[in-house]
Design a protein around this ligand. Structure first.
Ligand code: SF4
Length: 376
């Protein structure tokens, strides 16, 4: 059972109102802090000599991993601890694998097709994870996508499932994961690998999407169908993204429409959604520009400012790191309107630049930039 910090707190001396409450021997200022750290596995339970036997027993049970992890090269499969992502997070993405039959004439063509197909979504390149070679006779395989022979795959300790019909497979997967997580049933601890039954692309895509949600660890397909792979990769990215981590892009200097040394400069944070909203606007107007992306732990502008991640100091360091003063002549930097109150502080920290209050919304950037250029 996964315990929250508050649940753990009840078993500590402070939670039980005992004499040793908040004694600091564990290195934490309070029992509550110890409990919160323990829940996040940032401290060892042995650090508190006064914790109750009851909690130690619950913890021992909780330490047992419900699902095994299988590693094929760099691919990690299984190892899940929860039934729902909102409880904590999912660990390893469902592997998407395609079978290539090496006895067929066009097998190399299929490998090339799999290798060449990728989608870029929220700054992440997504593609098929694994090629499974059937009837492999020592041919020379050229593939960047990892591959394994069917015989070798079968040596791993998967729970191999041949899809019969949707209801049976769906019920089996749900039952298996529930038993593994809730009952810690060892007989259900193997990661599941479903060999999909071939059918029309609409039906196979719908079934696979369901299994991806609940609860296949690996899905294996006979055919390579771009539309289906794209759908599954997109769905998978959404499900397996850690809700506690925001999507972010690399901080740095981004260029739009071939800017030169005198082009305008804008600035924002590295929150992916902010980046894409702003860069879409800058791409769409026929004006060369630069966009400075500040490192802000993936926070949006206002959140980063409130959390003191976006400070005048961060801006100063970023401008220096990116060598802006030396590589661009422009001295005016357009900042998000939401942080216009930072202008004075920014001017003090970065006296070589003038900071111009920009828009609150990305959708207003086009008008703002056009008017700004006219005035300059
Ligand atoms: Fe509380 Fe135990 Fe830490 Fe003391 S050692 S502060 S009792 S958790």
């Amino acid at each position: 059972m996964e315990l929250t910090g508050l649940q753990i707190f009840k078993y500590t001396p402070a939670g039980k109102k005992e004499e040793k409450a908040n004694c600091k021997e564990c290195g934490c200022p309070t029992c509550m802090m110890f409990s919160l750290k323990l829940a996040k596995e940032q401290i060892n339970i042995e650090k508190c000599p006064y914790v109750s036997e009851e909690l130690i027993n619950i913890f021992e049970k909780g330490k047992k991993h419900p699902q095994k992890t299988i590693e094929i090269g760099n691919l990690k499969i299984g190892g899940e601890n929860v039934l729902y992502r909102h409880e904590k997070t999912f660990i390893n993405r469902t592997t998407i694998a395609i079978i290539v039959d090496c006895s067929l004439d066009k097998y190399e063509e299929k490998i090339t097709q799999i290798n060449n197909y990728e989608i870029n979504r929220v700054n992440e390149i997504l593609k098929t994870d694994l090629i499974i070679l059937k009837n492999y006779k020592n041919q020379n395989i050229k593939s960047d996508v990892p591959f394994i022979t069917l015989e070798d795959l079968k040596k791993y300790e998967f729970d191999f499932i041949k899809e019969e019909d949707f209801q049976t497979t769906k019920n089996y997967l749900i039952n298996c994961r529930t038993k593994a997580i809730i009952d810690k049933d060892d007989s259900c601890s193997k990661p599941t690998c479903v060999f999909m039954k071939n059918s029309d692309s609409f039906s196979i895509c719908a079934r696979a999407a369901y299994y991806l949600c609940k609860y296949a660890n690996m899905l294996v397909f006979e055919d390579f169908d771009k539309e289906m792979i794209s759908t599954l990769l997109t769905l998978r990215q959404n499900i397996f993204t850690d809700p506690q981590k925001t999507l972010q892009v690399e901080s740095g200097l981004y260029k739009f429409n071939n800017p030169d040394k005198n082009s305008i400069i804008l600035m924002t944070t590295n929150f992916a959604l902010t980046f894409f909203a702003v860069s879409n606007e800058l791409e769409s107007i026929d004006i060369p520009s630069y966009l400075i992306i500040l490192p802000a732990q993936g926070m949006s502008v206002l959140t980063a400012w409130s959390a003191e991640t976006l400070t005048a100091e961060t801006v100063k360091e970023t401008l220096k790191k990116l060598n802006i003063r030396e590589q661009i002549n422009t001295r005016k930097i357009i900042i998000p309107g939401l942080i216009s109150n930072m202008k004075e502080e920014l001017s003090e920290q970065c006296p070589d630049f003038e900071f111009i209050e920009g828009t609150h919304e990305a959708s207003d950037i086009t008008n703002f930039v056009e008017n700004f250029i006219k005035k300059e």
